[in-house]
Design a protein around this ligand. Sequence first.
Ligand code: PLP
Length: 376
Amino acid sequence: MIPITKPTLPLWEDFEQEFKAFFASGMITNHEQVKKLERELQNYLGVKHAIAVSSCTSGMMLVLRALGLTGEVIVPSFTFSATGHVLLWNGLTPRFVEIDPDSFIIDPTKVREAITPHTSAILAVHIFGCPAPVEELQQIAQEHQLKLIFDAAHALGSKVGSQMVGTFGDAEIFSCSPTKLLVAVEGGIVATNNDELARSVRIGRNYGNPGNYDCEFPGLSARMGEFNALLGLKSLAMLEHNIARRNESVKKYKELLVGVPGIRFQQIDPLLRTTYKDFSLLIDPEQFGLTRDLLAEELQQQGIQTKKFFNPPLHLQKTYHKYKDGYNDKLQLTEEIAQKVLSLPLYSHMTKEEVQQITEAIKVIQSRQQKYKLVL
Ligand SMILES: Cc1ncc(COP(=O)(O)O)c(C=O)c1O
């Protein structure tokens, strides 16, 4: 079985001594390892504050609350459920907008069109690690005095030119769950240059308690444990290497798949660096000869796991039916991409042979289908 992904973990021997030390001290949460991870990430990202939390979801919940948002927030529908859920948990209304057909990222032109007097923010997503058009979005946010937040769950290590993702907008929030490149078992990182926002998130991860138990607001219990932070530190040490390895694997995938009829890749501008948290294709059923779903089934039968990220898109999920009015007929592109998208297995320690095996399987399935069509 080739799984869709698996975490690239450090050797236990590299971990053991430090783990034993803090385990023996009894200080097992939100302590020295967490502080060290925060410091190292601040340096790596070139950002003033990196705050470790229990997940990207809790980080986004805290950021949105701290920014005091109201009314509507512009957000793509082609994203993971958590991007929308954090709005609902803050009593905010999602205004779903279309994505760019090549990059699958929120389309700034559509963002402009969706602004109303009730809009308070834009929540953009660096899909699969590919940075969103940060400059255009910053420009729009500035012109309309909107807050700008990035769901950077996939993008720890992504770059726009030489500038790291994590430094744009009011805040960017990363995920450190096992499917991401920086793994802390579970966890999230809020990156911001805003001191006030940082203070609020630090207090907010601890019930809203500034230290004297006189809570300033109803915060969450969203701290990061020391074990998580230590794993995160080991993972950070491997991050650059792992990004390079993933980019290599994707290059190999593309070399082997280019020219297969009906397959299209996510387009990444050469000025951007993506982490390739996922490698996602679009399968055109007419040209490929088979639907995305049938291809996924055939690959599964051959022991190759795939995922349909992100299908269904948010606006078609039960949770969001209530917000259907006004945009549903305008999200045709999102729906089309959600019907065609297929993520292939990718992990940092993937071998060339595995990439070859997967692409060979796709080609065999495709050519069998073409022959079948000719016979018919
Ligand atoms: C785009 C996006 N946002 C948010 C999340 C949630 O991350 P976490 O599990 O750390 O809360 C995910 C999880 O995969 C995601 O893909």
